[in-house]
Write a protein that binds this ligand. Sequence first.
Ligand code: SF4
Length: 442
Amino acid sequence: MQQPPGTEKISPDLVPVRIAVRSLAEAVHRRGGLAMPLYGGVAAADGIRLHQRCVHLLSEALDNRPVQAEVALEQEITVDMYRLRISGRCDALVDDESMTRIYEVKSFNGAASHLPPGGEPLHWAQARLYAWLYLASRPALEQIEVAVVYIAMDSPDLIQHVLTYKRIDLKAFFEDTCARYIDFAAHILRQEKHRLESGLALRFPYPELRPGQKRMMQEVVGAARQLGRAFIAAPTGTGKTMAVLYPAVKILANKLVRQVFYLTNMTSARMVAARAMEDLHAAGLSMKSLVLFAKEKLCLAPELYCDQQRCPFALAYYDHLPDALRQLFLSVHVGRDEILACARQYQVCPFELSLDLALYCEVVICDYNYAFDPRVRLARFFGPDQSSAHLLLVDEAHNLPDRSRRMYSAVLSRSDVQQAFDSVAALSPQLNQDLTRILAWL
Ligand code: SF4
């Protein structure tokens, strides 16, 4: 699951919900375990380059027929009390007098023999959804060719699977997917209006403001309105945490941002923010908040060193995820104990569960890493594809330069290289020579 749906009221009867094709496909059709497939993904920049190359190769293979790339598609459907708007950009499309074919392109790393025969079912689900969005705009077309294409980092060949789908079948698939999505997400969607209204109605949770708190709140609101930054320096005990969280809730309630991330340097600071959220909840707020913990602090099978081919909490993760999320949707604040209990009950990895739940929470309290570290940053929120507005509240921001330096620096110790030398130098004269030179340099 990737992107949380956004809702805004447009009619008294229907709740509008926006969701991307990819998020819809992943929410409904993703199955199996956490273990990465044997073929690897590629970095975002490489993916863009490979997609462009793929479109060029597809055109060549079709005698230089025009292939449209990144075609924007959108479709609305009503399911129960929800008006779903599904949108996305299909990777490639050919539509001329002799052929109508839509392409879902996936780039990969490694041996083509590791690709699933016939293509990954999740990729087919995405392709079929795009195919319906296109057919819905072309009422005269009774069928369409759907292709899932794989392009490798280091091979000029495309691996292409093509099937022909009838209009009636794609429509049924689309409607079934939307109905299953609503069945999964109904609780969280139904409550969204109520959660936002609780933010609008919320009063400051303490009897009095401390000196300086009003000014801090004004600065936070001003910065959010201008999509800018506010730097706040105030002594310990002046109530900074509530002075930024309370206006953040108002900003959420007014839909200026989709989510708030309260980023801290230490676990103890996360607990302070969690207690402030408890006070807001006690004052009537029903927006969802979540504290994220490091994998080591949540792992239920540390003896397996996160071998996801063996960990019982990883093996059928995506099969059990919807039920686990549905249970957590019922809680307003989710902390470590709730995550662990739910993970045990549904046999899912608690760390991954907390990340998946974060998509549905208005306030996420977590370490700086999740927003700033290029290796562990949450791509589902801060990746190049994500355009949702976030408000970042950086606690004790004077620590950020030091932490950032560490995030962007590599460390090579002499003892690590010596260990590598002792293990492998005897295996290869070249390795022996290279490691000897590095040791001499260190
Ligand atoms: S429970 Fe622990 S070992 Fe299993 S997938 Fe999660 S983090 Fe890895």
